[in-house]
Design a protein around this ligand. Sequence first.
Ligand SMILES: Cc1cc2nc3c(=O)[nH]c(=O)nc-3n(C[C@H](O)[C@H](O)[C@H](O)COP(=O)(O)OP(=O)(O)OC[C@H]3O[C@@H](n4cnc5c(N)ncnc54)[C@H](O)[C@@H]3O)c2cc1C
Ligand code: SF4
Length: 332
Amino acid sequence: MMRLPPFRYLAPVSVTDAVKLMADHGPEAMLVAGGTDLYPNMKRRQFEPTVLVGLRGVRDLTGVRREGTGALAIAAGTTLTAVSRHPEVRARYSALAIAAGAVSTPQLRNMGTIGGNVCVDTRCNYYNQSYQWRKAVNFCMKKDGEICLVAPGSPRCWAVSSSDTAPVLWSLGASVRLAGPAGERTIPIAALYQDDGIQYLTKQPGEIVTEILLPPADGLRSVYLKLRRRGSFDFPVLGVAVALTIDGETVSRARIVLGAVASLPREAAEAGRLLVGQRLGPELIARVADAVARPAKPLDNTDLTHPYRKKMTRVFVARALRRLAGLPEETE
Ligand SMILES: Cc1cc2nc3c(=O)[nH]c(=O)nc-3n(C[C@H](O)[C@H](O)[C@H](O)COP(=O)(O)OP(=O)(O)OC[C@H]3O[C@@H](n4cnc5c(N)ncnc54)[C@H](O)[C@@H]3O)c2cc1C
Ligand code: SF4
């Protein structure tokens, strides 16, 4: 049995106190929300904090509210179950309800939070293993080692962004509110990520995600499709998030973002542009699906083979667009 290493658990009741505790303890400390990702990772010694700053007792970090600007603000400590069941999320941002409801299992969704989900660690077959397993292969540069075992000549880590909600939030044009020692700031969620399997977040380690802000939906249609081996429990090995607005018969805004294909969610910007100003019919859908799949280069470091995942990118994008167009799925 894998055991947790010893650590001190601090339980602030306000964001201000949590920020201060993180600053006081520096690199020794990590934030923990539901702990559904961090605790297993600590058991495998992928992280070895001696102090955990727990966010579960911070009252301001739960709940969903409407801002004066019309944005929907989801506090970072809101559980995935609550997000997936929230009536306004279901009605106006349906892809987010689908993605939050597709994470792992009901037990983990009852504990896991949306803040933890957008910050969740990147994954790789050579890294998500026990300490002994990793030691037997001489470790890799993400933790304890020198080289990348997937691409030994590479100077960087290619571990895969595996959050279900991150690509969806990006497609919906969401922002994140951060609190840190220098105060509060709000950035587009796209700016929270960078293409590096180790430093996959741009925020400072002591900064706390306090809220996710969704812009007014205004006729937005959205969907999320997830590829994984089992219908439950598993992380995505491909996530396809599509959000678009159709005015009359014409697409006026479109964003397609892929999950689990790189160290960050990957927007297919060119494919999104192909949709704008057009009528969403079968021919356009086929062209857009090709445009998304062509540059997609999944690596051989997650479940299922990478050629299969590349093929499925095309299939899933077409399926998602057909669903939003109200076309039957079988004829794609
Ligand atoms: C068996 C299993 C299956 C899983 N399947 C999936 C899946 O299908 N899809 C998926 O997306 N995830 C999956 N997960 C991962 C995890 O359960 C979810 O991502 C969950 O949403 C994490 O939220 P949490 O609150 O438990 O985060 P925690 O484990 O508490 O934290 C995760 C990371 O986020 C940081 N963090 C947490 N909250 C904040 C905050 N407010 N501000 C800044 N940093 C913060 C922590 O420091 C840590 O680095 C799975 C995990 C397990 C064990
Ligand atoms: S991509 Fe390479 S460095 Fe990164 S976790 Fe996998 S083997 Fe390690």
